[in-house]
Structures are given as C-alpha cells and as structure tokens.
Write a protein that binds this ligand. Structure first.
Ligand SMILES: [Zn+2]
Length: 209
C-alpha cells in the first residue's frame, strides 16, 4: 500500500474498521502488522522512537476504549492514531512543492508551445518570457492538498530533478493542475515584480481566475 494515495478520512476509517474487526490482539501479524507499522511511521515522534516490531490492540485500562500500542525496548506505549493520521511533514514541504512543480513541467511547456507570440502581457516586452500561473501555484497546491496526505518520499527524473513518484497522488495532481491552472506569459521583470500576496488585476488574455 502506498499511504500517500489515501486521504486522511479514508485512512482514519481504515484504522477504525481494522481495530474493530481484529479486536484485542496481543501481537499483530502479516498485513495487519505491515499496515500499523506504516501508520505508526507517520507519527510525528516516530523518527525518535523508531517503528516497533511488535504492535497490538488492547483495551485502555482506564477508559476501556480500544487502543493501538507498540512495544519498544524502553517499554509498551499506546500510540495516538489521530497523530499518525494528521502527520505534519514540515521538513519535506519544500521538497513536496518542488516535486509537484516539476511533475507538471510538460503542461507549462505545452502552454508555452501553444502561444503564437511570446510577449509579456504587462509591458509587451519580448525579452526573457516566462510562463506565469495566474492562480498562484501555491494556491493550487493548497486546494489540491485539502484532505490529502503528503507523499513521504520522492523520485528523480532523468535530469535528476525531484519529482513525484508514479502514483495515484501524482496522476490526480497532474489532472487537477491540468484542469485548474491558468497561465499567461510575463517577462522575467514583471513576473519577479508580482506581489505574491495579491491576485493580479490585469490579465489581458482574459484568463481571469
Ligand atoms: Zn513585462
């Protein structure tokens, strides 16, 4: 299973259903062990603890609710499934942006190729023309990532640029970007001067977001 392909809601449901189906289990085996090892690997503290080789399901002695626990050399501890589901990955956020950008490169090139004239829509310059996202790229990423799990690892393309690994996440991102991204041509000066906090007020190609 590739966790990045599952939404947080779907993962939460799968955890809940699995715990219900298995009931109290002192030591998980096979696919269930694999599954919970992947889940626990998402916990923000997991890099510190390591992934436990023994994982079980028990009733919390105080609350009597079902809980997942891991056995580490230092002891046996319950693991918050919510924290595993809502993992934060600040360390690879930049990688994710870069990978997502590089994974739609062909769409940018296709837009560029489709333009008859390479002229800046603002100043009419023909020098150093770049393709600009009218709806900010970061905004597209933000919309796409609602209820999605960020990928935990990335691949490299032939030019050794960081890219998304072939996955449902990658396919869906490319489709989303293809449907929602709007472009225009800007010279490097105008593109660089664009205030990233503001939606542009001028788009002479009529492609307003
Ligand atoms: Zn310009």
């Amino acid at each position: 299973m590739y966790m990045a392909d599952i939404s947080k809601t779907a993962l939460k449901n799968k955890i809940k259903m699995t715990i219900q189906a298995l009931g109290v289990t002192p030591s998980l085996e096979g696919e269930h062990l694999d599954f919970f090892q992947e889940v626990i690997a998402r916990h923000p503290e997991c890099p510190k603890w390591g992934v436990p080789s023994v994982i079980g399901i028990r009733r919390n002695p105080v609350y009597y609710s079902m809980e997942v626990f891991g056995v580490w050399p230092s002891g046996t501890y319950p693991v918050s499934m919510d924290k595993c589901v809502n993992m934060k990955l600040p360390s690879n956020r930049a990688d994710m942006y870069e990978a997502m950008r590089n994974s739609i490169d062909d769409q940018i090139l296709a837009y560029r190729a489709s333009c008859d004239e390479h002229v800046c829509v603002f100043c009419k310059s023909i020098e150093r023309i770049e393709v600009d996202h009218i709806i900010l790229f970061s905004e597209l990423v933000k919309q796409f990532m609602v209820d999605r799990t960020p990928p935990t690892s990335f691949g490299r393309n032939r030019g050794s640029a960081i890219v998304l690994r072939p996955s449902k996440f990658c396919d869906e991102w490319r489709a989303f970007h293809g449907e929602n991204a709007t472009f225009r041509l800007l010279c490097r000066t105008c593109n660089g001067a664009r205030n990233v906090n503001e939606k542009p007020s001028v788009a002479s190609d009529g492609q307003q977001p």
